[in-house]
Ligand binder design. Structure first.
Ligand SMILES: *Cc1c(COP(=O)(O)O)cnc(C)c1O
Length: 364
């Protein structure tokens, strides 16, 4: 049996008629950027997460750097973030000139809240929380710390659409929640897309200006902005995705439950869930000390896997200028050496899940 790590085609074909209707509706409308589909999607997405405002953007990285821009965080400022994240989280901080300060993750791959305060200096302006792999971070502790030290809180929700902590949906805890709609995300477009959500009317207004060349009124430019717009076709397709988001998250949770129940190989550590946190399994990430042997073994059995992520940002060539060396963030680096994402997607069959379980259990 051949099993890929992801199969986006299966997510498309399940709702094919609805996607095609949405795409055709936009194609035939004659209006392709900044129209009714976008404003309609923004309204629905804000409601979905429980925020007052949503502003659609070109992608998730833009959502991050534009959030820090609007919060006035840049050169000379420090932003606390977990070491084991996708590099886009860190670029969102550094594009404006701010410095990332890395904190080690806890056993759930999210920022270890008990290690945040020791990293706070007088330069610290914000915490960027990443709800990695789809599991909500420990938001009660983190919001308390931000309040106590008067820090801004930005959430990277690129992997956590709809995932909640104690009933409150990620993206609504801080000043700004940043989302990506990259095709493989739990709510994915058919191209690039992103958004921010906020309860602050002024932030939403400034974001709308910033995304469109700094203009509120056509050809009257208030600030040097950017071009980062979620186009009509993506917004229309995302409305279909959003309509089915709950059942699609549930389906992944059911697959995860099968993995949890079925995988019993002592060489493999399964992802745990923190009390009070939801996990929507953007990725199902296992750990194995002999990870590279496991990858080769699975490949031989027809099962593809991915490492999220093999090189932590502090050791990447891009961030060489920060001056980190191997050993500086041992827990983060152990994650990079041991994590493995196994097949997890909407439309994976029971037979495929059973095969993955059996093959993993036979690894010696
Ligand atoms: C995907 C992702 C991003 C970036 O989103 P793009 O839309 O690809 O720019 C940022 N942070 C995390 C954690 C992501 O997974």
């Amino acid at each position: 049996m051949e099993i890929q790590t992801n199969r986006l085609d299966r997510g498309f074909y399940r709702y094919q008629a609805e996607f095609e209707e949405a795409a055709l509706r936009v194609l035939r409308s004659g209006w392709y950027i900044m129209g009714k589909e976008l404003s309609d999607f923004e309204e629905r997405f804000a409601k979905y997460v429980g925020a007052k405002y949503c502003v659609g953007l070109g992608n998730g990285l833009d959502a991050l750097w534009m959030a820090f821009r609007i919060l006035g965080i840049g050169k000379g400022d420090e932003v606390i973030v977990q070491g084991n994240t996708y590099i886009a989280s860190v670029m969102g901080i550094t594009i404006n000139g701010a410095t990332p300060v890395f904190v080690e993750p806890d056993e759930y791959f999210n920022i270890d809240a008990s290690k945040i305060e020791e990293k706070i200096t007088e330069k610290t302006k914000a915490v960027l929380v990443v709800h990695l792999y789809g599991q909500a971070s420990q938001m009660d502790k983190i919001t308390d710390i931000c309040k106590k030290h008067n820090l801004k809180l930005v959430e990277d929700c690129a992997q956590s659409h709809g995932s909640a902590f104690k009933g409150r949906v990620t993206g609504t805890f801080g000043d700004i929640g940043c989302f990506s709609f990259y095709p493989s995300k739990n709510i994915g477009a058919f191209g690039d897309g992103g958004a921010i959500v906020t309860d602050d009317e002024e932030i939403a207004k400034e974001m709308r200006i910033l995304r469109n060349y700094g203009s509120e009124k056509r050809y009257y430019n208030k600030v040097v902005g950017t071009n980062s717009r979620l186009d009509e076709i993506q917004a229309a397709l995302l409305k279909v995705r959003l309509e089915h988001a709950k059942e699609m998250n549930k389906e992944k949770q059911d697959v995860a439950a099968e993995y949890d129940k079925g995988i019993n190989n002592p060489l493999i550590k399964l992802p745990g869930i923190r009390e009070g946190a939801d996990h929507i399994y953007h990725q199902y990430v296992i750990r194995c000390k002999r990870r590279d042997e496991l990858i080769a073994y699975l490949k031989d059995k027809g099962i593809s896997t991915i490492i999220h992520y093999p090189i932590p940002p502090h050791l990447s060539q891009a961030y060489g200028y920060l001056g980190f060396k191997k050993g500086d963030l041992p827990i983060t680096e152990a994650c990079a050496d041991e994590v493995l994402s196994i097949p997890m997607y909407n439309g994976i069959t029971e037979e495929e899940v059973g095969y993955v379980v059996d093959v993993l259990n036979e690894f010696k």
